[in-house]
Design a protein around this ligand. Structure first.
Ligand code: ZN
Length: 98
């Protein structure tokens, strides 16, 4: 079950860059459930999982040093809770073997 789900997540992320919230909407999960899968995806994909840092919609602050994969709750600069991302993308493997 979760293997299939992770494969689906990989397929989606090969096609476009998405956040945990985007994935949750598509897969009918909660963002929290998606976030629980992300470390496993990162472990199996290694550097094929590309991550664009989360960003504050209010002031533009980018969470560049952050290692966690979930969405930050609050911006350290402006204190607003308007943070979106991080965005995930999976680089296609060299051969099309899916
Ligand atoms: Zn901010």
């Amino acid at each position: 079950m979760s293997l299939t789900l992770r494969q689906t997540m990989i397929h989606l992320l090969e096609r476009e860059e998405l956040t945990a919230v985007d994935l949750a909407r598509i897969l009918l999960l909660t963002p929290r459930e998606v976030e629980e899968h992300l470390p496993h995806l990162q472990k199996s994909l290694k550097d094929r999982l590309e991550i664009s840092p989360a960003r504050c919609r209010q002031c533009g602050y980018a969470f560049r040093e952050r290692r966690r994969l979930d969405t930050p709750g609050r911006c350290p600069r402006c204190r607003q809770e308007l943070v979106e991302g991080p965005w995930f993308r999976v680089r296609a493997p060299g051969a099309k073997g899916w």
